[in-house]
Design a binder for this molecule. Structure first.
Ligand SMILES: NC(=O)c1ccc[n+]([C@@H]2O[C@H](COP(=O)([O-])OP(=O)(O)OC[C@H]3O[C@@H](n4cnc5c(N)ncnc54)[C@H](O)[C@@H]3O)[C@@H](O)[C@H]2O)c1
Length: 250
């Protein structure tokens, strides 16, 4: 009798942006562990030689996302899973009244513009190749609550609407588009000024890890657990969104 594979993503081919960073790397490792062939990408070099295939690419500018997608299709052949986790660092010195046009442009360029065009063209590629693919856009709690970083919050709010727009048009072809909104995941792009104080606000009593996010990504991307999940945002935050309150800072 054949032994049935217990892996959730066997045979899938995944492209992940932000794959030198904490959350993107965590998702890449989890997808690989579940049997997917994973191609990671980032402007930065991969942090470790952990067997994840990698393309170093800058998503900035008009053609960044196109070059990455062309190269990714050449390497993977077809793409059945796509995760957009890339984002420029959010610097606490930026505030609503001080953020520069340059910082605004760079944040919205990577998070929103590249996120939309990559997801749309990956979705088109899936549809044209009759692949019932899955896409996750990594957003944030601050897609709907202020953070003193309007360029960041606005890009994540926009990415949330992009997710919904694409989810609606791609679902009839069996392609599922969703978002994950992480809570506080120290390391990588988020450095807490006072971690103990932050943790005291998290109902679950601890900060999150990249693997906390990655396991939910696996579930949404898998057809065993995620098959009826479309056009939604899954909050993975230990309950922080229930209590978080960040004072305004001009
Ligand atoms: N860490 C958190 O607490 C947290 C909370 C909410 C949402 N998020 C979101 O999760 C995602 C991952 O965050 P993270 O904490 O792992 O951050 P991170 O900084 O570790 O990872 C982001 C990656 O994006 C890459 N990147 C930046 N500019 C790029 C460009 N021009 N081209 C290609 N790649 C580029 C960076 O090099 C980096 O490796 C981001 O979208 C972030 O907004 C994180």
């Amino acid at each position: 009798m054949p032994v049935m594979s217990m892996k959730l993503l066997e045979g899938e081919r995944a492209l992940i942006t932000g794959c030198a960073g904490g959350i993107g790397r965590g998702i890449a490792k989890a997808l690989k562990a579940e049997g997917a062939l994973v191609l990671g990408s980032d402007i930065a070099a991969p942090p470790a030689a952990d067997g994840i295939d990698f393309l170093q690419a800058d998503l900035a500018g008009k053609d960044g996302w196109k070059l990455l997608l062309d190269d990714a299709v050449k390497k993977l052949g077809t793409i059945s899973l796509f995760v957009h986790a890339a984002s420029p660092r959010r610097l606490e010195v930026d505030t609503p009244l001080s953020v520069s046009e340059e910082t605004w442009d760079s944040m919205t360029d990577i998070n929103l513009r590249s996120g939309f065009f990559l997801a749309r063209e990956v979705g088109r590629h899936m549809r044209d190749n009759k692949i019932k693919g899955r896409i996750i856009l990594v957003t944030s709690q601050h897609r709907e609550t202020p953070r003193n970083l309007p360029h960041y919050s606005a890009s994540k709010a926009g990415l949330t609407m992009v997710m919904k727009e694409l989810a609606r048009v791609l679902a009839p072809d069996g392609i599922r588009v969703n978002a994950i909104a992480p809570g506080a995941i120290p390391g990588g792009g988020f450095v807490a000024n006072n971690l103990a104080e932050l943790v005291s606000q998290i109902p679950l009593g601890r900060a999150g890890t990249p693997d906390d996010i990655a396991q939910v990504a696996v579930a949404i991307l898998s057809e065993r657990f995620g098959r009826y999940v479309v056009g939604t945002t899954v909050e993975v935050d230990g309950g922080l969104g229930l209590t978080s309150w960040i004072p305004a800072k001009a």
